[in-house]
Ligand binder design. Structure first.
Ligand SMILES: *Cc1c(COP(=O)(O)O)cnc(C)c1O
Length: 360
């Protein structure tokens, strides 16, 4: 068996230890004679799995007691509508910062339900930076303030959160979930699709401050009302059982490997290796301003589309796959989530150095 280093933005690599446990438990989970894929979501065995996943997530992220954790379906994209339906219920206004495609889509969806104020945008330079925020542009009576914390496509991240005072801050953390410690108490809601850094596709995790629940608009579909799922401990309908099980294993893996502080240390070391190489290369360069660089997604280019394509092809032949950048940036993107080992980034940098020498 030969496994590649997968730099995909998502779905993406999972820890090999987790895949091995899942393989060993595939036919008979803990002596119950069935696979987790087959069991009832109302069974005691599954109840233990989802409760363990929630407890581990609470422990790892130090989630305060006045927050609900929801395991949902529909992807991050479904939350783009659920968020205004649930929370745009006071002034009917919300502030959005547009730092890429995902924030832009979220803002466009919210516009269907109320008044959206675009506080700032970095569209002028292909979203290669996080815009400076002017508090004078904030809406004082906004129902919430929305950001996309880590911009998967463009490789930027907020190193400092906007100070929104009493206005609840909502953040899409799909591509930086569990990559480093985060102070949950600063947010009204955090959410993300699990397929980037937490589990396979099919699971969306929402962490919501309790006092924000229960005010959804009357027209809100039952399934999009967060209170429906909060009241039913994420078992209102059939949840993505197998994905929640893998999520539990990934959370166990994170705990065994030192939690989020240790993960940050690992991720900083990995990202530094790649950024240092890019900053010293004569062929490749990163596309993001240094102060806003993401630890998770690293877009880079050469000045030639031909060389970019050649690089992506030859890298794949060398077992470094899914390095093609998003079509709006071009070039390459290396997504180096928690499960990417240091050796994978080292292999990429070694390959880049070899490529640079051959194509100088
Ligand atoms: C991938 C991604 C999304 C879209 O997620 P889906 O689960 O496919 O809907 C939204 N936001 C961010 C930041 C992402 O990286």
């Amino acid at each position: 068996m030969s496994r590649v280093y997968n730099f995909s933005a998502g779905p993406s690599m999972l820890p090999e230890e987790v895949l091995k446990i899942a393989a060993a438990e595939m036919l008979d989970y803990h002596g119950c004679g069935q696979s987790v894929m087959e069991m009832s979501h109302r069974s005691k065995v599954f109840d233990d799995i989802i409760k363990s996943a929630e407890a581990s997530l609470r422990e790892l992220m130090r989630i305060p007691d006045n927050y609900k954790v929801l395991f949902l379906q529909g992807g991050a994209s479904t939350q783009f509508a659920a968020i205004p339906l649930n929370f745009m219920n006071g002034s009917g206004k919300a502030d959005y910062v547009v730092t890429g495609q995902w924030a832009k889509k979220a803002a466009a969806e919210a516009k269907k339900y109320g008044e959206v104020n675009i506080v700032a945008s970095s569209a002028d330079k292909t979203f290669s930076y996080i815009p400076k925020l002017d508090k004078a542009a904030f809406t004082p009576d906004a129902d919430y303030f929305y950001i996309c914390m880590n911009n998967t496509i463009y490789g930027t991240v907020y190193h400092e959160l906007p100070g929104t005072g009493k206005v609840p801050l909502i953040a899409d953390i799909s591509s930086c979930f569990l990559s480093e410690p985060l102070d949950v108490s600063k947010f009204g809601m955090l959410y993300g699709g699990a397929q980037k850094n937490v589990a396979p596709a099919g699971l969306t995790i929402c962490i919501i401050r309790e006092d924000l629940l229960g005010h959804a608009r009357d027209i809100t579909p039952t399934m999009l009302d967060y209170k429906t799922h909060a009241d039913a401990d994420s078992l209102y309908n059939t949840p993505p059982c197998y994905t929640i099980y893998i999520c539990k294993l990934v959370l166990d893996w994170l705990k065994e490997n030192g939690g989020l502080e240790a993960m940050r240390e690992r991720n900083v070391k990995k990202a530094k290796l790649l950024y240092d190489y890019l900053d010293n290369s004569k062929l490749f360069r990163g596309t993001v301003v240094p102060e806003d660089r993401s630890l998770m997604n690293v877009p880079f280019v050469t000045d030639s589309d031909e060389l970019n394509a050649k690089f992506v092809k030859e890298a794949a032949e060398a077992g470094l796959v899914n390095l093609k950048g998003h079509r709006t940036v071009g070039g390459m993107r290396a997504s180096i989530y928690n499960a990417m080992p240091y050796e994978g980034v080292q292999a990429l940098v070694d390959f880049m150095a070899k490529f640079e020498k051959e194509n100088a």
